[in-house]
Structure formats: C-alpha cells, structure tokens
Design a protein around this ligand. Structure first.
Ligand SMILES: Cc1cc2nc3c(=O)[nH]c(=O)nc-3n(C[C@H](O)[C@H](O)[C@H](O)COP(=O)(O)OP(=O)(O)OC[C@H]3O[C@@H](n4cnc5c(N)ncnc54)[C@H](O)[C@@H]3O)c2cc1C
Length: 400
C-alpha cells in the first residue's frame, strides 16, 4: 500500500543527511561555485562520504543491507543533499546515472562487476555518455559507432556533456556507459549500451565545460578513438539491451533528478521563510486568499507547487520500488519539478530584491543551479511530449 509517511529508516537517514548538509556542505557551497574554482572537488566531503557517511546512508551503499524501498530512500537523500548544495550532490561517489543504466540493462555478472568497484578503498564514480553534437533530445540519432572485431568491440565517436566523466575515468577506477550504434542504417534498433572501464586506451577527455551552475560537477567532452573493449562489455549480453534500455534508465533517473531539483527549491522556500521570520513577518495560513498580502500569497504558492511536485516524485519513486512501469509518472514528476524549481528560485530572488541578486546569499546560485533540472535527463519539452504520447496513446513516430 502507498503511504505518504516516511518509514523510520528514511526519516533517520534523512535527518543524518541534514546534519551533513549543515556541518559540511552549506558552509563551503559558495567556494565551489566561484568561477575560478570551477571543477575543484570537495575532497573532504567525498572522503568523508566514502569512509563514513555512506555506511550510515544505506542508499549510498549499493548492494549492502538493501532496505525495503531503496529508491524511495535514495530520492529522500537526493533531495536533502541537494538542499545542502546540488554541486556537492553531483560529486557523491556512488553509481548515479551510469549505475542506473547498468542496473537497467546489465546482466547479473555486469551488475556485480560494477558494484565491486563501490566497495574498495577509493571513492569511485560512474558516468553515462549518450549526447552527441547533433543529438541531445533525439538520442535515437546517435552516430558513435561500435564495430565488432574478433573478440572485441571497437568504439569511435565523440560524446558531449558527460557528467562526472573526469571523476569516473581519470580521478577514479570507475566506468562509463557509452551508447553507440552497431548499425547506423537500423536507426534506434542498432543502438546498444557498452561498458568502458577507466584506463581503457582510446578514451580521452578533451574539455570540461564552464557552466551557469553545478560548478563543482565536471561535464566533459569525451573522444572515443579506436577504443577496444571486451565483447562481454556490451551491456545485457550478446543480444544487448537496445534503445529501450536507454529509455528505461530514465524511468529511475528522472525521479532522481526531480528530487534533487526539489531539494534546491525547498532550500529557497526555507531561506525566504527564515528571512521573513527574522523581520517579524508571519504567514497567515488559513486566512482567505483575498485577505492575504501579495507576499503571503507568493509564499503559499511556492509551498503548494513544491508539495505538488514532491508528491508526483514520490509516486514515480514508489513505482520504481514496486517494479511497476512508471514512464508516464517519471516524466510527469521531472517536468513538474523542472518548472517548479525554476519558478520558486526566480521568485525567491525577486522577493529578496537587490540582495537576491547579490553574492551575499546563496539564493542567486540556487536560481542558476536549478535551471539544469529542466535541461538534462530530458528537457521540459521532451518530458511533456512523452506525457502527451502516453496519455493520448501515440507512438514516438506519430507524435514528434
Ligand atoms: C550540466 C549538464 C549535464 C549533462 N549530463 C549529461 C550526461 O551525463 N550524459 C549525457 O549523455 N548528456 C548529458 N547532458 C546533455 C543533456 O542531456 C542534453 O543537453 C539535453 O538532452 C538536451 O539536448 P540538446 O542540448 O542537444 O538540446 P536540443 O535537443 O537541441 O534541444 C534544444 C531545445 O529544443 C527543444 N526541443 C528539442 N526537440 C523538441 C521536440 N521534439 N519538441 C519540442 N521541443 C523540442 C528542447 O526542449 C530544447 O529546449 C548534460 C547537459 C548539461 C547541461
């Protein structure tokens, strides 16, 4: 049965994550956002999480003591760490998007191989490379080639905007999931996921993007040049899990992104309410709307939108844990969260006046950081397209 109450485990770990945010994350968030410090990593935090924190936060410890609803726990931790700072959240050494892809497309042996990397001494990351220069939203147009040569696959192509590629492939012994085509003429039917391990010859990171927000997170250009990998690194075994696997990856990646965005949105609402309290202003909940001040209406609208987006996210996450289809719900929560985090952070900056625009507070950073939720893991428009297809019963060919 679906319940809107957090389990004891979720509540305990959520509160633990909050203490980590207050003590380690918030005080340093500005440093890693400064333009000149872009791509510098919060190593103290990363080491702490690897050595201590993740043993307490079970959702960060893949494969160990799996709780009853692991995904529900994960979205709560995502929300809380992103409330602390989304740049730090992006640095968490855990399976993340690449891990999602492996969970959704890999064989038992491939999943075990990935999980093993997360039980060593050194912080480890994964990443997933789908986007190319000519295709972001239309991922079925991938041109990176995978050609079979004896007992290897040989990959050639260029991938853009790969989150954590440097952390996974250079700064740790991680893995990258690369989506490539074995048959260009076959369109989406030719697309397969491949596992490329750190230190594989033929992988080069040529550039780290400078960005509007998420500055602690590396977003890389990756070149694959005659990159030779073993045959059994095609995820899902010889038949491989095709394009559908990429789409299934998003069924859990989208609620994960939504929860992170809602952490940023909640940080904004909490901050504004703290400022109002400091200035002796109370929100008169329960008073008829026409009697409220414009400011009170704004705050109540922010809270309502936040709650609505969170409930959609909880529903999509619950379906993940129940192993039930959730493509519609995951797109709904992602589209809503993307819109809500943008609305709330912009409104927050507006309500703070000039102080909102200045570097004195983190609120301007949250506005920049929050924009990403409507861009990656499918833009707002693409998620709305998916929702429309699902509700109206159209295929991707019929409704583009
Ligand atoms: C910080 C960051 C991290 C990222 N991390 C990763 C990663 O780890 N791995 C990865 O593979 N990619 C990653 N990406 C890439 C991201 O997923 C793509 O940028 C995104 O899918 C959009 O693709 P695009 O930039 O090519 O835009 P386009 O697809 O060219 O879209 C441009 C605009 O047109 C709209 N649009 C496109 N098609 C339609 C349509 N059919 N109907 C209506 N509107 C449409 C879009 O919504 C958008 O507003 C990342 C990007 C950023 C900025």
């Amino acid at each position: 049965m679906i319940s809107f109450e957090n389990s004891k485990l979720v509540e305990e770990q959520y509160r633990y994550a909050e203490s980590v945010c207050r003590e380690m994350i918030r005080p340093n968030a500005r440093h890693y956002d400064d333009y000149e410090n872009e791509h510098e990593l919060p190593w103290d935090f990363i080491r702490f999480i690897w050595d201590t924190g993740r043993k307490k936060m079970e959702s960060l410890m893949p494969g160990v003591d799996v709780p009853e609803e692991p995904f529900m726990l994960q979205v709560h931790i995502n929300e809380m760490i992103s409330w602390g700072d989304v740049g730090y959240f992006m640095c968490l050494p855990w399976p993340a998007l690449g891990g999602n892809a492996i969970q959704n497309t890999g064989t038992k042996e491939q999943k075990a191989r990935l999980m093993k990397r997360f039980h060593g001494d050194k912080p480890t990351w994964t990443c997933m490379a789908l986007t190319e220069s000519h295709c972001g939203s239309d991922s079925s147009a991938i041109r990176t080639r995978a050609v079979r040569d004896g007992d290897s696959w040989v990959l050639n192509g260029e991938k853009l905007f790969v989150t954590s590629a440097k952390k996974a492939m250079v700064q740790s012994e991680g893995v990258m999931v690369v989506w490539a085509t074995t048959d260009l003429a076959a369109g989406r039917a030719g697309i397969r996921p491949f596992l490329v391990e750190a230190n594989t010859p033929g992988v080069t990171i040529t550039k780290l993007e400078k960005k509007l927000g998420l500055r602690a997170s590396d977003t890389a250009v990756v070149i694959l040049e005659n990159c030779r990998i073993p045959l059994d690194n095609m995820l899902g075994g010889q038949a491989g899990k095709g394009f559908k696997g990429a789409m299934n990856t998003f069924d859990s990646a989208r609620p994960a992104a939504a929860s992170s965005g809602l952490g940023i949105a909640r940080a904004t609402v909490d901050f504004i309410k703290e400022q109002l309290t400091l200035n002796g202003i109370k929100i008169r909940y329960g008073v008829p709307r026409n009697l409220l001040s414009a400011l009170e209406r704004d705050i109540i609208d922010m809270e309502t939108q936040l709650r609505a987006a969170w409930l959609l996210t909880i529903k999509a996450s619950w379906l993940v844990d129940q192993n039930k289809p959730n493509t519609l719900e995951s797109s709904m929560c992602k589209a809503k969260a993307g819109e809500v985090v943008n609305r709330i952070t912009q409104k927050g900056v507006e309500l703070m006046g000039s102080l909102g625009y200045s570097h004195r507070f983190l609120i301007e950073k949250w506005m920049r950081d929050g924009k990403i939720i409507d861009v990656f893991e499918g833009t707002g428009q693409i998620n709305r397209l998916i929702i429309a297809r699902r509700i109206l019963g159209y295929s991707s060919k019929e409704l583009k």
